[in-house]
Ligand binder design. Structure first.
Ligand SMILES: [Zn+2]
Length: 450
């Protein structure tokens, strides 16, 4: 059906909010029949921000399904944070996978108990009633953990629903709630989260967060020279930053996030796994503050990295090198080959030390040394403690013996003074038994009594 203008979905409106409005003003007898006509199923539960059945809904209302998913759900947030690399979550939202959507988004697996339901700002509702004649639920209010309205600086209210937010009911926000002022920190975080969501909607590729975060942490001195993130120091800084925020509130961030133990899996190389978008928001909010950068500046840095990679795919490396005036962009294929060769050599020669590996695969060794030092460190055998080569005491004895003979007027000199004059490094005092010729000479010169 073609919808009259007053029934169009608003720019920042959740799909379930729009459907609720259609049910009340679209001449449907009741919600059950509305669902039957719009989705084709009478008994269907919809998620507030990861809504599925979008193909059905869009075809019955002549909407573009891509526009619905990108503008009126939180799908872009999950996709941008790397949680839908195979686009299975998107497919699940467009179709119906019998409740698979939240599993594909990793909600139950994350074990984070965010508020399940719909959130609204009393001032937004009041303002919208004045402009449109109705209140509605806004997409950006539903970013998990966000408690404040960034536009009106007041606390959000919640309408609870079923597990993980799934519900058959399609409510609209009430108009009889009072606005309560939020804290500055809650407001700042809400503004940042809204900007983060907006950025995710504008992007064409998932966030290259592992490189971006590492680069910023490096600048903050929170990465070791072996490319490892200093997690405990970082956690300490973040905990101090978030002292003003209360965890465990009904609509806010769950207590499980308060210790920031998720930083390891988010940032480490070996134990990394994709994390819930809220973890990214909490981390990047601190990161921008610590680095004195805006989210826009972080994303621009990413764009430049991506641009360099794209250039390399199409143009000769030497031309790129000349164009950007720095070392050529490393080749992922070359890195992969070098890793495989070194790993194979290490496995087939378990007794070999790093030195032997370097000698046999010198070019591969130094390619990784320059372009992927952390990977090289991981695949090489463990470092051996430094060992000093055996000292040639005979040679040293002869040298010291000859040097002593060059000294004039040594009658008044102490042994330590003689040691200093011959650059003995304390050997005359501590290792004389290794220096028989020198000992004999000193006895002869009456500097030693036995
Ligand atoms: Zn508001």
């Amino acid at each position: 059906m073609d919808l009259p203008a007053r029934h169009h979905i608003l720019d920042d409106e959740l799909i379930v909010s729009w459907l609720a409005r259609l049910c009340r003003t679209g001449a449907f007898f009741n919600e059950r029949l509305a669902r039957k006509e719009l989705i084709g199923i009478e008994k269907v539960r919809l998620h507030p921000y990861l809504t599925s059945h979008l193909k059905c809904i869009s075809s019955s209302t002549n909407q573009n399904p891509q526009a619905l998913i990108m503008k009126h759900t939180l799908y872009p947030l999950f996709w941008w944070c790397g949680l839908d690399s195979e686009l299975r979550l998107k497919e699940s939202m467009l179709e119906d996978n019998g409740g698979q959507t939240i599993i594909l988004a990793g909600l139950p697996q994350s074990k984070l108990h965010f508020f399940a339901g719909l959130k609204f700002c009393p001032s937004c509702v009041s303002e919208s009633r004045g402009i449109h004649g109705f209140g509605y639920f806004k997409t950006f209010h539903h970013i998990p953990g966000i408690e404040a309205c960034s536009d009106h600086h007041c606390l959000l209210h919640g309408l609870s629903s079923g597990d993980y937010g799934y519900d058959r009911q399609l409510p609209l926000p009430p108009s009889n709630t009072q606005a309560v002022e939020a804290t500055c920190f809650q407001i700042g975080l809400a503004k940042f989260a809204k900007a983060f969501l907006q950025q995710s909607c504008d992007e064409t590729e998932p966030l290259d967060y592992r490189n971006i975060y590492k680069k910023e942490l490096l600048g903050l001195g929170l990465v070791t020279r072996f490319q490892r993130v200093r997690i405990s120091k970082l956690t300490e800084a973040i905990l101090e930053f978030y002292t003003a925020l209360e965890f465990g509130g009904e609509l806010g961030f769950p207590k499980g996030l308060a210790d920031f133990n998720f930083l390891g899996p988010l940032l480490r190389g070996k134990t990394h796994f994709c994390c819930h978008p809220t973890k990214h928001i909490l981390f990047v909010f601190w990161l921008c503050s610590a680095a004195g950068k805006s989210l826009f500046e972080l994303v621009n840095a990413r764009s430049w990295t991506t641009k360099r990679k794209r250039i390399r795919a199409d143009v000769d490396v030497k031309l790129v090198k000349k164009a950007i005036g720095e070392a050529a962009v490393p080749s992922s294929e070359r890195i992969t080959n070098a890793i495989e060769k070194i790993k194979e050599l290490v496995e087939t020669n378990p007794s070999w030390r790093r030195k032997e590996i370097k000698e046999v695969l010198n070019a591969d060794f130094f390619y990784l040394y320059h372009h992927a030092p952390s990977i090289l460190e991981e695949i090489l055998p463990d470092k051996e403690p430094p060992s000093h080569p055996d000292k040639d005491w005979l040679l040293e004895d002869d040298r010291i013996y000859s040097e002593i003979l060059k000294i004039d007027n040594f009658e008044d000199l102490s042994l330590s003074k003689i040691d200093g004059l011959v650059k003995g490094r304390g050997f005359i005092l501590k290792s004389l038994k290794e220096l028989p010729r020198t000992a004999c000479l000193l006895r002869h010169l009456r500097k030693l009594h036995k």
